[in-house]
Design a protein around this ligand. Structure first.
Ligand SMILES: *[C@@H]1O[C@H](CO)[C@@H](O)[C@H](O)[C@H]1NC(C)=O
Length: 198
């Protein structure tokens, strides 16, 4: 005998299905600005990259030591989704201490160590601000310094990383703190991420 499912059971079944059809295969590291991007990426239906996982305040120095609390958070994501086949390394800084080339290289090496063998590594700076926008915590030249570092490591062939371009927040897309994205900015960052790596 074949009983039809009551409609409440069907509703329950549908409610338990994940809204996203695929498991994300791309990890990321960075600070709240990477988190902003991951938030926006979800709102524009990005499928490849992980959602936000609590990386607020995690500037470059949070990721230079491979066993740091930040990398432990990353590993928890990798345990959930599988070792990522690609990782976005965002260089995000406080004006002081900023970032050195050695630190940039450490982030790339650590990303490789925490990802699947042969994983593709993307590098970018933190988002730039259109016009005279300044994120005081990163310093007036913070975005340009991090973007310059991303270009520099991408030119170093032995590091084998991909620079897809830089993120930009326009006027009207930034919160009063001068750094973070508002709702429109989140979506803008998400769309830029989709354009960079799908
Ligand atoms: C460079 O990275 C790509 C992934 O982007 C990987 O497939 C390739 O094996 C790497 N090359 C070397 C020499 O490690």
């Amino acid at each position: 005998m074949h009983l039809p499912l009551p409609s409440t059971a069907i509703t329950l079944l549908l409610a338990t299905l994940p809204t996203s059809s695929s498991t994300p295969t791309m990890g990321f590291i960075g600070c709240s600005m990477a988190e902003n991007t991951a938030q926006g990426y979800l709102t524009v239906d990005g499928q490849r990259m992980w959602g936000p996982y609590g990386t607020g305040g995690m500037v470059v120095q949070s990721w230079t030591t491979t066993s740091s609390p930040s990398w432990q958070l990353f590993d928890a994501q990798a345990a959930k989704y599988g070792l990522p086949s690609a990782v976005w390394v965002q260089f995000c800084i406080y004006a002081d201490p900023g970032i050195t080339y050695d630190e940039a290289q450490l982030l790339i090496a650590n990303a490789r160590q925490h990802a699947a063998p042969g994983a593709r590594v993307y590098v970018t700076g933190q988002p730039g601000y259109e016009g005279d926008g300044v994120c005081a915590r990163a310093g007036k030249d913070g975005p340009a310094i991090t973007a310059g570092m991303a270009r520099r490591v991408a030119e170093d062939e032995k590091l084998n990383v991909t620079w897809p371009g830089e993120f930009t927040l326009r006027k009207g897309e930034v919160l009063a703190d001068g750094c973070h994205a508002n709702v429109a900015g989140l979506e803008a960052l998400g769309r830029q991420a989709v354009a960079f790596w799908g």
